[in-house]
Design a protein around this ligand. Structure first.
Ligand code: T6T
Length: 420
């Protein structure tokens, strides 16, 4: 196995190798802005049990008459490398550390004149993208710890499905409760603009975590009222995944993307980043399709099963979020293609770590949801008190890229999501 690092935006990011799976395919490259590599020493663990309390794909059918993919779009890329990461690739060896891609705070603060809420205990609400998702469970933990530290009340709520129709009434109910600030992972970058505008118009501070509305540029974009967007750099995340995948398949072959649904800022950008990596292969790698599973691992498994039947020479799959990757991995297991079809797994629940150890997936990209929640609460409280000087319009929280070489390091272990 091998390690590569990219230098991007003047900052070094190191990523460990995508473990040489089945054959000798190695290396996980990483692109990244604003990053400081971190290393960490080993810590033994046993691969824990799956802990995804959601539409589990564990009983996904093996190859049968596969159900139709919702929005399959076969897109073949051919082009020459145009959008390769603007960084020097160094050939850093080694296979040790969990590669941490660190946050970057980009632009300067919003200046608002929030009144200090003297005497009254402040109430901050966190509305997640969907209840029960270990990613958001972990975000809630970070938010709760910070709320306790700062002595504010925290309300946490979210829809049963990743859906703006379900998320909107939750937001409206919080306006009626006269909360002081809202942290929210908007489930759609357009559909949630109006509901969040209502929140802002009611004098409640709005900060988005994980996902954004508009184009995410709250300084110069079409939507500027949210005080901050705190979340991963998802184009970068898609590139990390697919650069690694391309390396794992030996630089050529067919890839497939399992995605959630169009309109979600995070997963749209991960797909974009992956496509940029594929394009940079100059035609050696082709994209045979993208399916949208509506955040259901079971549906992702069905779609992947169908794709595997249609494309017996498929080389690799990018699962753009927890459920997409979980379903894809289940389908590959069911088809007895473990190790033959490589998988890059976005998000880091326990099941993904087990699949990594079992050679089912080759790379697990852990986001830092607890940091998103913690920073969100801190920003919210400062904003309510009228102190906006430290509030950045954009905070990127970074990744820990986990493969079989570093999975036992304390840093990688700490990055695994909590399920409750
Ligand atoms: O990947 C995360 C999150 O970043 C995305 O916006 C939605 O899916 C997850 O919650 C994982 O299921």
């Amino acid at each position: 196995m091998q390690l590569r690092s990219w230098l991007l935006s003047g900052l070094l990011v190191t990523s460990t190798a995508l473990a040489a799976c089945a054959q000798s395919a190695p290396a996980a490259p990483t692109t990244a802005p604003a990053a400081a590599p971190t290393t960490a020493a080993a810590a033994p663990t046993t691969a824990p049990a799956a802990a995804t309390p959601r539409p589990a794909a564990t009983t996904a059918p093996a190859a049968t008459t596969a159900p139709a993919a919702t929005r399959a779009s076969a897109a073949t890329t051919t082009a020459a490398p145009t959008t390769a990461p603007a960084g020097a690739a160094t050939s850093a060896p080694a296979a040790t550390s969990a590669a941490t891609v660190r946050p970057a705070a980009t632009t300067a603060a919003a200046a608002t004149t929030a009144p200090a809420a003297a005497g009254k205990k402040l109430t901050v609400a966190l509305v997640v993208g969907v209840k029960g998702d270990p990613f958001y469970v972990t975000m809630e933990k970070g938010a709760r710890a910070k709320a306790q530290e700062l002595g504010v009340d925290l309300i946490v709520d979210g829809p049963a499905q990743f859906n703006p129709v379900q998320q909107t009434p939750i937001v409206d109910a919080l306006i009626a409760r006269k909360i002081d600030a809202l942290l929210i992972a908007p489930t759609d970058k357009q559909a949630m603009i109006e509901p969040l505008k209502r929140v802002n118009d009611a004098g409640i501070k709005v900060i988005t975590v994980d996902t954004y509305i508009g184009d995410g540029d709250y300084e110069k974009g079409p939507v500027t009222f949210p005080l901050s967007y705190i979340g991963s750099d998802n184009v970068q995340g898609g590139k990390i995944a697919c650069d690694a995948l391309i390396k794992a398949i030996g630089g050529k072959g067919k890839l497939y993307i399992q995605n959630v649904k169009p309109g979600i800022s995070t997963t749209d950008q991960r797909e974009q980043g992956c496509k940029e990596s594929i394009q940079a292969s100059g035609g050696a790698v082709t994209l045979v399709g993208v399916d949208y599973n509506d955040d259901s691992a079971a549906k992702a498994a069905e779609q992947t099963t169908a794709l595997l039947q249609r494309t017996p020479d498929l080389a690799g799959i990018f699962g753009t979020n927890l459920f997409s990757a979980e379903g894809a991995a289940q389908a590959v297991k069911n088809a007895n293609l473990t190790g033959t079809v490589k998988i890059a797994n976005f998000d880091a629940p326990e099941q993904a770590i087990k699949d990594l150890r079992d050679n089912v997936v080759d790379l697990v990209i852990a986001q830092k949801p607890a940091d998103m929640g913690s920073t969100g609460v801190e920003y919210a409280v400062n904003a309510i008190k009228g102190d906006t000087s430290g509030i950045k319009k954009r905070v990127t929280t970074g990744y820990v890229v986990i493969d079989r070489t570093n999975v036992d390091t304390p840093e990688a272990q700490a990055a695994i999501y909590k399920s409750q």
